[in-house]
Design a protein around this ligand. Structure first.
Ligand code: BGC
Length: 764
């Protein structure tokens, strides 16, 4: 296979405005959902002379770190869970003459970097100068295989520029806890020092390790293989590795390649007990193969990804590149083993401890559900695997029934140290149910619904029945959900957050929607679900209180939101953003200032019954009081703006949102990508500019392209079919690519897309 180089799929260093080293480490990360490797100075290793934050992250591989509370109340989480930062597999030691990169400080200057998103390969050139002034070019190519998720490949090329001399290459990874010089003064960053243990497995013919965690009791095996010309050896400190020494000639390049095989995560006892067995399986993956063949196999999988998931935008090359980077990064981060999903920072850093949040279900999964449904399913199954913990958590916290999913977690247990902006975001329960329903609506996957989905829908609905209660409001019996935090984290522990109640209403209704098909089944017996319980849920959904301010004609963010102090954001000193880093939470909670889209989110997730004037009124009230300090916010406002025909604003918000990481617009991409924001940008295109609304009866498309764009093209799946849409200013072209087709409402009229008539050209 030969893949033509295409600059439209390349993140070339020259194209990036910022060249800040830690930002580049994130942008040039490579990953495959199992592992993520930050970019780095390859000579750094654990040497404190070099300052960077490198590391290898394995999805789901974490350790516990005790929380220290001033006042610890019952049931606060004892521990944080933080994804481990393992040694940098890019690290290499180079000795030129008698100068050693591990001892002396070599000057490493980046000449060029290019990430090819078609193949997933990162290509870099460094100019390295030794303290005595010997210069050589170091060329590094690396990738994380999408074909064989355990495999990571790296190839080094060395070209002396101004000398002939002995050069020795040593590749020994003799430490496992990657040190960084990170000092966090940001609540969103974890700078814990790792506690993993590294044990060499001897006599395997290639360096092999058992890596275990101290408290979480996990273990994984890791091994790596070198190209033939390197010698396997044991160093003075008994660490196995590879080395070779040769006489390097000016201008002549010599290459060395390595394939890592990074194992799956096991409970520690198993990892110890079956280490040999796991190791031989890992050896298999890198035996009789080489860098190029593994890269090609992986590139082929990338090709398939792009075939189904690419978004083509005509006339806006900057946005085009950003959206591709976003989709590429999402795919690099997506957990593929049903035991993991996507951390808020992908696998590019340990910001937010590497936790999974609602970001996955609400902002990232729609992209996968529509374009890579099999992958979406795997990530939803991860939630199912934490259902038992969520059930336990609900009872531990004092509820009689239902599942209380963690607000932020890796292993299923909640890890939020600050519950008002953490555990209190009970909307996570309905967010998961929402993503399940959406997956089902798109795929019609009955097996998933019966094996996993419905159980979660029922248990999350039970949660709301337990958490909420009835109260008299404005002369009516209402179902209320008090003391929750909605999406907006500048308001906490409020009563009847509009978004939460709307989501809960939906969640409760879902139980009845599917009840009949599960009547008298093993599942309903297991769930002990009676007609009476279902009726109560439906009644509560019907009686759900959704606060509304009649005078202002707005959906009210929460019950007494309009009593909070008003603040004119234009008067706030711009150096005080993001506000969470400058103000005590109570100063924010008492005001009408929003961090992110909240009420607007429910308009976006539930576009059925869309009311132009109502959305406009909500938008005009909430947008001016929103700081967009959360990167999840702008894309949502872009969708709302498109729907109410504020086209210039829609494009402005969207283009800012789509650039979150490539332009480092939140100034913290150094800590890792903003995976939720990247997914939200896809939603901005799909739900916003393409105007997709999918409800059980109809799939509708009502495009409204930004004037900057000539065309928009994307594919998606619906039931058994795949479609391609090409949208121009006044024309929609629909093509059925596979499957039976379906009825759709396109730009206001009905069409039947069928095998017989697989293509329609519609003027609008
Ligand atoms: C946002 C949350 C989000 C979290 C992780 C916070 O800043 O307010 O909505 O879930 O970041 O991305």
């Amino acid at each position: 296979m030969r893949i033509e180089q295409n600059p439209e799929f390349q993140i070339h260093l020259q194209k990036l405005q910022s060249k800040e080293p830690l930002f580049l480490e994130t942008i040039y990360s490579v990953g495959n959902g199992h592992i993520g490797v930050r970019d780095s100075n390859p000579l750094q290793g654990n040497n404190p002379n070099y300052v960077g934050t490198p590391g290898l992250f394995v999805n789901g591989f974490y350790d516990y770190y005790p929380y220290k509370y001033g006042e610890k109340y019952p049931n606060y989480p004892e521990n944080n869970q933080v994804i481990n930062r393992l040694f940098d597999p890019r690290f290499i030691r180079i000795i030129v003459g008698d100068e050693d990169s591990a001892v002396d400080s070599f000057d490493v200057e980046t000449v060029d970097k290019n990430l090819d998103m078609q193949t997933g390969m990162l290509h870099e050139i460094f100019a390295v100068t030794t303290p005595e002034g010997k210069i050589f070019n170091l060329i590094v190519q690396s990738f994380a295989s999408l074909q064989e998720l355990n495999v990571y490949g790296i190839r080094y090329g060395i070209v002396p520029v101004n000398f002939d001399d002995n050069v020795e290459i040593i590749k020994v990874h003799d430490y496992v806890n990657q040190a960084t010089n990170q000092v966090a003064n940001d609540v969103r960053v974890d700078d814990v020092k790792g506690n993993m243990q590294l044990d060499f497995i001897d006599d395997n013919g290639q360096p092999s390790y058992l890596i275990t965690t101290y408290k979480s009791q996990q273990g994984l095996i890791l091994t790596f293989q070198a190209s033939e010309q390197m010698d396997y050896f044991k160093d003075d400190t008994n660490h196995w590795g590879y080395r070779t020494k040769y006489f390097a000639k000016k201008g002549t390049q010599k290459e060395f390649e390595f394939l890592f095989s990074i194992g799956d995560i096991h409970p520690l006892v198993n990892a110890r007990m079956y280490a040999d067995q796991y190791l031989s399986a890992l050896n298999e993956k890198v035996r009789d193969t080489n860098f190029d063949s593994e890269l090609m196999a992986s590139a082929q999988v990338w090709q398939t990804f792009w075939l189904h998931s690419d978004v083509k935008i005509g006339g806006d090359p900057e946005v085009q590149l950003c959206i591709r980077f976003n989709l590429f990064s999402l795919n690099q981060s997506a957990g593929r083993n049903e035991m993991t999903t996507i951390p808020a920072k992908g696998l590019t850093g340990n910001g937010y401890g590497g936790h999974y949040f609602w970001d996955t279900e609400i902002f990232m999964l729609p992209f996968f559900t529509y374009t890579q449904p099999e992958l979406a399913k795997k990530m939803l199954i991860y939630r199912y695997h934490t259902l038992d913990i969520a059930l336990k958590q609900a009872t531990q916290l004092g509820l009689k029934k239902g599942a209380w999913f963690a607000w932020q977690t890796i292993n299923g247990y909640d890890a939020s140290a600050y519950w008002p902006a953490g555990l209190a975001q009970v909307h996570i329960n309905a967010d998961i149910a929402f993503a399940i329903e959406q997956y089902y609506e798109v795929t019609g996957d009955d097996e998933f619904l019966s094996n996993y989905g419905y159980e979660i829908i029922v248990e999350t609905a039970r949660f709301f029945m337990e958490y909420g209660n009835y109260a008299d409001i404005e002369g009516k019996r209402r179902f209320v959900i008090d003391r929750v935090t909605g999406p907006d984290e500048y308001s906490a522990v409020v009563d009847n957050n509009y978004f939460t109640n709307h989501m809960a209403k939906f969640n409760l209704r879902m139980v009845a929607k599917y009840a009949e098909r599960f009547e008298n089944t093993e599942l309903s017996r297991k769930l002990n679900l009676s007609a009476e319980e279902i009726d109560k849920m439906t009644q509560a959904a019907n009686d759900m209180y959704l606060p509304f301010d009649k005078e202002k004609n707005i959906k009210l963010q929460y019950q007494n939101f309009n009593q909070m102090a008003e603040v004119n954001l234009k008067n706030v000193d711009t150096s005080k953003f993001p506000m969470l880093l400058h103000f005590h939470p109570l100063m924010l909670y008492r005001t009408q200032v929003n961090k992110q889209a909240d009420v607007i989110m429910s308009d976006i997730l539930f576009p059925q019954g869309f009311d132009f004037e109502q959305l406009k009124s909500n938008y005009e009230f909430y947008e001016p009081i929103t700081t967009h300090d959360s990167s999840l916010s702008k894309a949502m406002f872009a969708i709302a703006a498109t729907r109410i025909h504020k086209d210039a604003e829609a494009y402005r918000f969207f283009s800012q949102a789509v650039q979150t990481d490539l332009q480092n617009s939140h100034h913290n991409t150094a800590n890792g990508i903003h995976a939720g924001s990247l997914g939200a940008a896809w939603e901005g295109i799909f739900y916003g500019f393409a105007g997709v609304v999918n409800n059980a009866e109809y799939f509708t498309v009502n495009p409204r392209l930004p004037e900057q764009w000539n065309s928009l093209q994307f594919r998606f799946h619906l039931y058994d079919s795949e479609y391609r849409f090409t949208i121009y200013e006044h024309e929609i072209i629909v093509e059925l690519l596979s499957g039976k087709g379906t009825k759709m409402k396109l730009a206001g009229s009905d069409y039947n897309i069928t095998k017989e008539e697989p293509k329609q050209e519609i003027k609008y």
